[in-house]
Ligand binder design. Structure first.
Ligand code: NAD
Length: 476
């Protein structure tokens, strides 16, 4: 099995594999550039009617969509799990998080009322939010339902139309989401799906009709899409990769921090932009490190975790572990060669812990995107903070301590944009915005919450005078 053997030319048929057992799940034809242009034109034709109804009417579609996603939760979880490899429970949890965004979108009419003020006697200013037009979204493989749901309900409910290009590795969840949305009352043209890889993304990034692009994926591609999109006059919010650090202090609650740290780096087989990657073990925390290793050894791939997405991802992850070993790291728990229970084939790796990692090693600096925890020992908190602050990413960071003052200090001095205090996957839930900093985010705004309302709309400011007023204080 190798998705890499697939022809990547627009118009060619692409095979989608189940990463758990390498079986073929189905095929999707990649859109040609002409088909992408047609999808954009269709979304542009749908825009006047869709943007012409009220926020409240669009919110009704979101209420129906939420009900349909919930009614079809088992089926959606199965699709997501089959194409991505997540366990059924992980797939379900991601979808439920996505449903929170639909709920937030459905509440937009309550959030979006504009401002109105009499600024001089008889003169009023008001501002109203308006949609931008055709928008585009490009999403990664690791959350086939949740990441599209960060984007679809918000841009649509705000009155835009959307062209979505899901990851070529997991197209089926997005296809099902669109069916559910159309069933909920969305006009056909308002959400267009296109399929493909680099050619499709590059066309969307520069298409003159598209006003704004949301991208979620690796930092390398995020930067390319940001530069191309902004270079052609668009708004672009491009979320990139991550290298999340957890700081463990000797006074941390041993039980809580142990299970929290293991869940953070093992969950979704480490393929989460919020996953723990580096554990900065400060001072004498050996008993907690021992407990983390013990709990990790008890994880059963195939039952507690899924596989990674592809053969090439597996090779990349094992390559990082091999390199760290050659560089002098201690392999405390070794997941190389471990197969998923009941799965003779597939892209399996067990959770792995590397100890005595040094900050200059590649496992300490680069995004691995697999179930690998690299432990760097530091004698002081200051040194730990220095390492976190020197990393070029900025998605998430966590401090484990029972000391409120130290927790506050870390939270305020970390490099990352999303901070956990005794929480290893510090995802801000609705109504808070999700988004990191530095190389984890190119552009302004956030992908969800109030930052997304700002990103997907523009404001119109109207200053008006009616009646026969003598205006004393008017400045013009
Ligand atoms: P990826 O960058 O390989 O792909 C993302 C999207 O870009 C896909 O739709 C893909 O088709 C397209 N693409 C791939 N290569 C391209 C190229 N050269 N030019 C143009 N388009 C290209 O990412 P992935 O492997 O699908 O997902 C994993 C990455 O996403 C990780 O780095 C992870 O940290 C990141 N991620 C970040 C967040 C976040 O919120 N910051 C959330 C989820 C995932």
């Amino acid at each position: 099995m190798s998705t890499e053997l697939n022809n990547t030319a627009p118009g060619s048929e692409h095979v989608i594999f189940n990463p758990a057992d390498s079986s073929e799940l189905g095929r999707v034809r990649w859109s040609t550039i002409e088909e992408i242009d047609r999808a954009v034109a269709t979304a542009a034709e749908a825009f006047p009617a869709w943007s012409g109804i009220t926020f409240k009417q669009r919110a009704q579609v979101m209420f129906s969509f939420k009900a349909r996603v919930e009614d079809n939760l088992d089926e959606l979880s199965e699709i997501c799990s089959a194409e991505n490899g997540k366990t059924a429970a992980e797939a379900r949890a991601g979808i439920i998080k996505g449903v929170e965004v639909i709920e937030y979108a459905a509440s937009i009419p309550q959030l979006i009322a504009g401002q109105y003020l009499e600024v001089s006697k008889g003169v009023t200013c008001r501002s109203i939010r308006e949609p931008l037009g055709v928008t585009a979204a490009i999403t990664p493989f690791n959350f086939p339902v949740m990441v599209p749901l960060w984007i679809i309900p918000l841009t649509l409910c705000l009155g835009n139309t959307l062209v979505l290009k899901p990851s070529e590795q997991v197209p089926f969840s997005a296809i099902r989401l669109r069916e559910l949305l159309l069933d909920a009352g969305l006009p056909e043209g308002a959400l267009q799906l296109v399929h493909g890889g680099r050619d499709a993304v590059e066309r969307l990034a520069v298409h003159p009709e598209i006003k704004a692009v949301a991208f979620v994926g690796s930092s390398k591609v995020a930067e390319i899409v940001y530069n191309k999109g902004t270079g052609s006059g668009k708004r672009v919010l491009a979320l990139g990769g991550a290298k999340n650090h957890l700081v463990l202090l000797p006074d941390a609650d041993p039980e809580l921090s142990t299970s929290n740290i293991v869940d953070s780096f093992v969950g979704s087989c480490g393929q989460r932009c919020m996953a723990a990657s580096v554990l900065l073990a400060v001072g004498d925390v050996q008993r907690i490190v021992d407990a983390i290793a013990e709990k990790t050894r008890a994880v059963i791939p195939g039952k507690d975790t899924g596989p990674v997405i592809s053969r090439s991802a597996l090779e990349k992850i094992t390559g990082y572990i091999d390199q760290a070993e050659r560089d002098g790291a201690t392999v405390l728990v070794d997941g190389r060669g471990v197969r998923g229970e009941g799965h003779p084939a597939g892209c399996w790796i067990g959770p792995t812990i590397l100890d005595n990692v040094r900050p200059e090693m590649s496992v300490a600096r680069e995004e691995i995107f697999g179930p690998v925890l690299s432990i760097i020992r530091t004698p002081t908190l200051e040194e730990a903070l220095e390492i976190e602050r020197n990393n070029p990413y900025g998605n998430a960071a966590t401090i484990y301590t029972q000391n409120g003052a130290l927790a506050k200090r870390c939270a305020e001095s970390f490099n990352a944009g999303m901070i956990g205090i005794n929480i290893g996957v510090p995802v801000p839930r609705e109504p808070f915005s999700f988004g990191g900093r530095n190389n984890s985010r190119f552009g302004y705004g956030d992908i969800t919450g109030p930052g997304a309302i700002e990103f997907w709309t523009t404001t119109r400011k109207i200053t008006e005078r009616w009646g026969d007023y003598k205006i004393a204080g008017w400045i013009s």
